[in-house]
Design a protein around this ligand. Structure first.
Ligand SMILES: Nc1nc2c(ncn2[C@@H]2O[C@H](COP(=O)(O)OP(=O)(O)O)[C@@H](O)[C@H]2O)c(=O)[nH]1
Ligand SMILES: [Mg+2]
Length: 263
């Protein structure tokens, strides 16, 4: 597993057994999508990618299709319209669970998450069930973000910590690696977030189920091309959802998934 990014280079016939999937939700990412795929494969040639595109008006979905036609590692899921990042990820996770992937990544398409860090996640996943990329462990590592986004993000981290009791420094981060057993254990149909509260909802559920969660440092950089989809309604959804999270019972979906080890 530790060599998950390298084995296909050594032994191409293992492609059918590829253990790593990077799920990348896209909405109007035409200027990023080719480059992000190239950077993912550079860091992790053996990974598969699933682009989950919500019928982007800028034609991102068609570019993804053209890439998929030329590279069997690229997969594309088309959804009829913009339904939010959370819904895109849930659809991607269900797709992944229908296949044999052992590690499933969440990653943005806009280079805010550096694909070169994928191997670091896989290394951390050797002894943890969910690996969170944190911008705030041992300081702040964010490049070019407007001050108001940084304040919002830091405030959100404190808010989540106060309400849920989770000990993580960056609970809203969207660069993470799930071991398959975590996704199998979570009732994905019960995850309700459309927007960015999805990140908190997933991590909270895994944490309540007792899975071993590890934070590793990442550098986050503001997007170079395209525009953010952050909105006031996404912030409103997050405030309410997080407030209600501790009231929600969390149950393990599949009884046969491996018993977790609490840190
Ligand atoms: N499929 C899909 N992807 C989305 C949606 N909203 C955002 N994304 C993608 O999610 C990632 C993060 O969104 P972004 O706008 O960069 O958020 P920010 O970095 O927090 O400003 C990017 O890859 C977006 O293209 C959506 O409604 N549907
Ligand atoms: Mg972004």
């Amino acid at each position: 597993m530790f060599l998950a990014c390298q084995t296909a280079v050594v032994w191409p016939k293992l492609r059918a057994m590829n253990p790593v999937l990077v799920v990348v939700p896209t909405y109007n990412e035409k200027d990023n999508i080719r480059n992000i795929a190239a950077a993912i494969f550079l860091a992790c040639p053996q990974a598969d990618i699933l682009f989950v595109d919500d019928n982007s008006p800028d034609g991102t979905g068609s570019i993804a299709d053209a890439m998929a036609a030329g590279d069997s590692r690229v997969n594309v899921m088309h959804r009829p319209g913009k339904q939010g990042l959370g819904r895109a990820y849930i659809a991607g996770f269900e797709w992944a669970l229908g296949r044999s992937y052992r590690f499933v990544f969440e990653m943005d398409a806009d280079f805010s998450h550096n694909p070169a860090e994928l191997p670091n996640f896989l290394k951390a996943a050797e002894d943890s069930d969910l690996v969170l990329g944190s911008r705030y462990v041992n300081g702040i590592r964010i490049i070019n973000w407007p001050l108001k986004r940084l304040i919002l993000s830091k405030w959100a981290s404190l808010y989540v910590k106060a309400i849920t009791g989770m000990p993580f420094t960056d609970p809203t981060s969207g660069f993470k690696c799930f071991s398959r057993k975590v996704l199998e254990a979570i009732n994905l149909a019960g995850i309700v977030s459309s927007g960015y509260s999805f990140q908190v909802e997933m991590t909270y559920t895994a944490w309540k189920l007792g899975f071993k969660i590890k934070e590793i440092p990442i550098v986050f950089e503001d997007r170079h091309s395209g525009t953010s989809k952050m909105s006031a309604s996404i912030i409103r959804e997050a405030v309410w959802l997080i407030m209600k999270l501790p009231l929600r019972p969390v149950r393990r979906l599949r009884l046969n998934s491996q018993p977790p080890v609490r840190p």
